[in-house]
Design a protein around this ligand. Structure first.
Ligand code: PLP
Length: 377
């Protein structure tokens, strides 16, 4: 069988990128690396839609989340964490690990935070130094209205930190226009690379917070990374091969154009949702993202068995549910190096896996709905 990766990270890597990364490694303290890194840094600004520096760390996405907390805050500072799934919870856990007092704004899993609730929390507590939220809460496939959140946070003393690890390069995000101080991303999702790089943009408001911060940090020091960044350099050995791959993927994003990238993901998401409802399934999220769709398993069907049919028998790897959603949902990503026919294949595979696990699905019903959605009929 042909293996197919349709999880919300890691995502498929294009053959051109794989070939580029297979070239012999080269030394990083050279003009050749600095030239590449300069180009990459310009490409990252375009992707993040920012004029601010975007720092690249060797480490998975969580590394940059940790860097945000350890570089922006001081021990005992107050932070506001939006918690509507596994990744919102992670913000709370990192704050706790660093002795930051995180007030958690709990949101029903599958629902997006109401920006007014953030406004009220900031109004009630003027000491809040940072707001931590997520563009797509990947565990529930739920999109947050970051534009509205940015409008609420911008005139307060707090910095807005957005975990966009899954959704950057898929769902719309405009760091500067939407007043996001730190946008966080990872390589293995919308950037269409293997895991191993994480990114954080740093606004001037965030830079002031960095200067005040007294929490301990060393490897993930934003200050050191910014100093090197000015010289198209990194403080420590960069993950050179991944940066070479990043150069390739950023070039393809620029060629497609960021608005076309957003539109393609919107189209793939629309067709995926049509396919799911076409076979009689319900979409889990009330605010569905464009990079991943979470679908509820029908009554009496074990989602873990469906997941294993897909992965082990059909060689298509989606994601299942996490924590309390284990066995209850399947999450199919349509993110990055993905086109219309990947969606057709994924919906077709899900139909088969459901049929093999006793669900009453009419063969072809989901696929027909996808085709109709793409054909616009
Ligand atoms: C994948 C993901 C993470 C974790 O990133 P790692 O690269 O595994 O450290 C964090 N937040 C969100 C929203 C994610 O989708």
């Amino acid at each position: 069988m042909k293996p197919r990766l349709m999880a919300p990270g890691p995502t498929p890597v294009a053959p051109e990128t794989l070939l580029a990364m297979a070239r012999p490694a080269f030394h990083h303290r050279t003009p050749a690396f600095r030239e590449l890194f300069h180009e990459v840094n310009e490409g990252l600004k375009y992707l993040f839609q920012t004029e601010n520096p975007v720092l690249t760390f060797a480490g998975s996405g969580t590394g940059a989340m940790e860097a945000a907390v350890s570089n922006l805050l001081c021990q005992g500072d107050q932070a506001l964490v939006v918690r509507g799934g596994k990744f919102g919870e992670r913000w709370g856990e990192i704050c706790e690990a660093y002795g930051v007092n995180a007030a958690c704004l709990d949101v029903e899993w599958g629902e997006a935070v109401n920006p007014d609730d953030i406004a009220n929390a900031l109004d009630e507590n003027r000491d809040i130094k940072s707001v931590h939220t997520t563009l797509c809460e990947t565990s529930t496939a739920t999109l947050t209205d970051i534009k509205a959140v940015g409008a609420v946070v911008k005139d307060t003393g707090a910095v807005l930190v957005v975990d966009a690890i899954s959704a950057l390069g898929g769902d719309e995000l405009r760091a500067d226009d939407w007043h996001v101080d730190c946008v966080i991303a990872g390589s293995q999702k919308g950037l269409m690379l293997p895991p191993g790089l994480s990114f954080i943009s740093v606004s001037s408001k965030a830079r002031e917070a960095v200067e005040r911060s007294t929490l301990p940090k060393y490897y993930f020091s934003i200050e050191r990374a910014l100093d090197s960044y000015e010289k198209d350099d990194t403080p420590w050995t960069p993950a050179v091969s991944l940066v070479v791959g990043l150069g390739e993927t950023l070039r393809t994003i620029r060629e497609e154009g960021i608005d076309n990238v957003f539109a393609r993901h919107a189209r793939l998401a629309m067709a995926t949702r049509a396919g799911m409802t076409g076979m009689g399934l319900d979409i889990f999220s009330k605010s569905p993202a464009n990079i991943v769709t979470a679908v509820k398993m029908p009554q009496g069907v074990d989602g873990l068995k469906v997941l294993s049919s897909l992965r082990d028998d059909l060689e298509l790897t989606p994601a299942g549910g996490q924590a309390k959603l284990k066995g209850k949902i399947i999450r199919i990503a349509h993110l990055g190096y993905v086109d219309d026919f990947d969606v057709v294949t994924a919906v077709s595979a899900l139909e088969l896996a459901l049929l093999r696990n006793g669900a009453a699905v009419k063969p072809g019903s989901g696929v027909a709905a996808v085709q109709e959605a793409f054909a616009g009929v």
